[in-house]
Ligand binder design. Structure first.
Ligand SMILES: NC(=[NH2+])NCCC[C@H](N)C(=O)O
Ligand SMILES: [Mn+2]
Ligand SMILES: [Mn+2]
Length: 332
C-alpha cells in the first residue's frame, strides 16, 4: 500500500517588522461630514469604551491615544455648513478638506516615528488623511481597501455628493485634473493605481467601474471571494501590491460594511451578500502574519443606526475584533 505524506503548512506568528518596539498610536477620528447620517462620529468612543485599548495593551503594544480633531468645532460646523459648504454636487468639501488635512498631519508624524497607526473613524472620507499620512513614511506603501464599495468617485462622478464615496480618487490624484476646491489642494495624491487593491466589493457605481477599468486597478469582489475562497484572494491581493513574491509595507483601510450586515448591522450604507465575520477577520490575521502591516483604519461603525442594543454590540465588537486580529490576536 502506498503512503501519502502531506506536508504540514506552517503558520507564522503575527509580527511587525517596520514598527519600533511594538509602539501603537490609536488616532480617534470622530468625523461624520463625509456622508449624511449622524452617529458615525461616535465610532472611536464606542470602540474605546468596549475595552479596545486594554485589549491591545494585553497583546503587547505600548499605546498612545491621539485626538487631533476638535469635536465641538466639528459639531458646530456640521450644523452651520450644511447648506453653504458645497462644491457642485458635493457636500461639505471645505470641512472634509480641512479635517482630513489635520488627520494627515497627525498620522504622518506618528508613522514617521515608526509607530503602528490605528485610526478609528468616523466615515471613510478620513482615509484621505490617513493614507496620505502613512505614505509620507513609506513611499512604496501598498494599500488594501476592504469595503463593499470602491469609494473612488470623483468630485464630478459622485451621484450622492457624499465625500466618503470619493477618498480613493483623491489618493490617486484624480482631483488634480478637474476643478477642485481650495480645501483639497494639500492632498499629495501620489498613490499609484498598482499600489491599491480592493477586497469585498459588491456595490460599485457605473462611473466607478469605468475608473477602475481605465486605471487597471486590481479588485476582488464577493464573486472572487466565493469563487476562489478568502485565502486565495488575500494571497492574490498581496501579490498585486508587491509582485514576484516581493515584500513591502502595507496599510489596510477597513470599512466595516465589507462584512455582511448580519454581523455588522449598524453602518451607514449596508449591502447584503458580504464577508462572513470569520472571513473579515481572517483577512487581517493574514496581514498580521506577513509582518508588513504598518497602519489600519476602521471606519463606518455607526451605533445610532442600530435598531436594538444587540446591533450596537455586534457592530462595535466586530470593529474591535478587526483591530485585535490585525494587531496580533490569534485563536490559539
Ligand atoms: N464609505 C462608504 N460607505 N461609501 C459608500 C459610497 C456609496 C456610493 N458609491 C457613493 O458614492 O455615494
Ligand atoms: Mn463601504
Ligand atoms: Mn468605504
Amino acid at each position: 500500500m502506498t503512503k501519502i505524506t502531506t506536508q504540514l503548512e506552517t503558520v507564522t506568528e503575527p509580527h511587525y517588522k517596520y514598527i519600533k518596539n511594538r509602539q501603537l498610536a490609536i488616532v480617534q477620528a470622530p468625523f461624520c461630514g463625509g456622508q449624511g447620517k449622524t452617529g458615525v462620529e461616535k465610532g472611536p468612543k464606542y470602540m474605546l469604551n468596549h475595552g479596545l485599548e486594554s485589549d491591545l495593551r494585553e497583546l503587547g503594544w505600548d499605546i498612545t491615544v491621539e485626538s487631533p480633531l476638535d469635536e465641538e468645532y466639528l459639531q458646530k460646523m456640521m450644523e452651520k455648513d450644511a447648506v453653504t459648504d458645497r462644491f457642485k454636487n458635493t457636500k461639505r468639501p471645505g470641512l472634509v478638506g480641512t479635517t482630513t488635512k489635520t488627520i494627515y498631519e497627525n498620522v504622518s508624524k506618528l508613522a514617521q516615528d515608526n509607530k503602528f497607526v490605528l485610526t478609528l473613524g468616523g466615515d471613510h472620507s478620513i482615509a484621505i488623511g490617513t493614507v496620505s499620512g502613512v505614505q509620507e513614511a513609506y513611499s512604496d506603501l501598498g494599500l488594501i481597501w476592504i469595503d463593499a464599495h470602491a469609494d473612488i468617485n470623483t468630485l464630478e462622478s459622485t451621484d450622492s455628493g457624499n465625500l466618503h464615496g470619493c477618498p480613493v480618487s483623491f489618493l490617486l490624484g484624480l482631483h488634480k485634473d478637474i476643478e477642485c476646491p481650495e480645501s483639497f489642494k494639500w492632498v499629495p495624491g501620489k498613490l499609484n493605481p498598482n499600489k491599491i487593491v480592493y477586497v469585498g466589493l459588491r456595490d460599485v457605481d457605473k462611473a466607478e467601474k469605468k475608473i477602475i477599468k481605465d486605471l487597471g486597478i486590481k479588485a476582488f469582489s464577493m464573486y472572487h471571494v466565493d469563487k476562489f475562497g478568502i485565502n486565495k484572494v488575500i494571497e492574490m491581493a498581496l501579490e498585486c501590491l508587491h509582485p514576484n513574491g516581493g515584500r513591502g509595507p502595507i496599510m489596510c483601510s477597513y470599512d466595516v460594511d465589507a462584512v455582511d450586515p448580519l454581523f455588522v448591522p449598524a453602518t451607514g450604507t449596508p449591502v447584503r451578500g458580504g464577508l462572513t465575520l470569520r472571513e473579515g477577520l481572517f483577512l487581517v490575521e493574514r496581514l498580521a502574519e506577513t509582518g508588513d502591516l504598518v497602519a489600519l483604519d476602521i471606519v463606518e461603525c455607526n451605533p445610532d443606526l442600530a435598531i436594538n442594543d444587540i446591533h450596537v454590540s455586534d457592530t462595535i465588537s466586530a470593529g474591535c475584533a478587526i483591530a485585535r486580529c490585525a494587531l496580533g490576536e490569534t485563536l490559539l
